[in-house]
Design a protein around this ligand. Structure first.
Ligand code: AMP
Length: 290
């Protein structure tokens, strides 16, 4: 594996691979890698060669009171893991390389960015869209891989690619979970032992919504009430939002039609965890995927 720190070098390596007719796959991450990230790397390796993984804790997507400084960083362990997976390129730029003095341009995916995560974290998706546009421009992959764990982010990236006529295909990969159902996240490392045990309530709330949908419930409000009732039984959990939205617009759904997401953001102390479930209507029946 080659570790690359400069934009010019990364562009050159990727340009060279494209000139050889190879299909460059790209997995952007913030490091502190876990099996969720590994699943994206494996998906990339199934379709592409070479695979580029970036590790960049992007300062512009963190609010002033958020955990940028504390965000877990494990550069050496991450590099060893990527090496063992057979990744060809690790792109790990410094913040000053990505945002040199005089940097002034930002992208805003309007509408989609102001709801849910964007409401709780103003400016977050402006930072995400800006860094993803930069990374896609630097790497110019054939295909880039994102996790459904961050469903709203994936939708915003799809919109960004469409609106700016970018060449990259976007593939959204399933959520990888712990055996008890908790979605893997770098931020799980912040949880105390008690909060870690309590955090199973997120996937339990989604599973209860899935069961309700399976019994024929078609009202988004009822699904939300079902999820809130499960969360309310766990005193360590404080819900930030519990919503059911249309997958294309992320606007609140009324009836469960077409493709929707049930989405949760829940605080355990200062740690905020996300989870979601995909709800697809096929042949008149609802199919729920946690
Ligand atoms: P992050 O390093 O948290 O910015 O995440 C990098 C990529 O990994 C994003 O596309 C995430 O959606 C994805 N990801 C994070 N956690 C998971 C998970 N549990 N399962 C699948 N993908 C994930």
């Amino acid at each position: 594996m080659e570790t690359i720190h400069t934009i010019e070098w990364m562009k050159q390596a990727s340009r060279q691979a494209r000139a050889e007719g190879r299909l460059v796959g790209f997995v952007p991450t913030m490091g502190a890698l876990h099996d969720g990230h590994v699943s994206l790397v494996r998906a990339a390796q199934r379709a592409c060669s070479p695979v580029v993984v970036s590790i960049f804790v992007n300062p512009t997507q963190f609010g002033p009171k958020e955990d940028f400084a504390a965000y877990p960083r494990s550069r050496e362990k991450d590099a060893a893991l990527l090496e063992s997976l057979g990744v060809e390129y690790l792109f790990a730029p410094e913040a000053a390389e990505m945002y040199p003095p005089g940097f002034t341009s930002y992208v805003e995916v309007s509408g989609l960015s102001s709801r849910l995560e964007g409401r709780t974290r103003p400016g977050h998706f402006r930072g995400v869209a800006t860094v993803v546009l930069k990374l896609l421009e630097i790497v110019q992959p054939w295909r880039a891989f994102f996790g459904r764990k961050d469903a709203q982010q994936a939708r915003i990236v799809e919109q960004l690619v469409r609106d700016f006529h970018l060449d990259a295909e976007i593939e959204v990969c399933p959520i990888v979970r712990e055996p008890d159902g908790l979605a893997l996240s770098s931020r799980n490392a912040y949880l105390s032992a008690d909060d870690r045990r309590a955090a199973v309530v997120l996937s339990q709330a989604l599973a209860a919504a899935r069961d309700a949908a399976g019994r024929g419930e078609r009202s988004a409000q009822e699904l939300i009430a079902t999820m809130r009732a499960v969360l309310a039984k766990e005193p360590r959990a404080a819900a930030d939002y519990v919503e059911v939205v249309r997958a294309d617009t992320f606007e609140p759904a009324v009836a469960l039609r077409g493709t929707c997401y049930a989405l949760l953001a829940v605080f355990f102390g200062a740690t905020r965890l996300l989870d979601n479930m995909l709800i697809e209507e096929r042949d008149g029946a609802l199919h729920c995927t946690l």
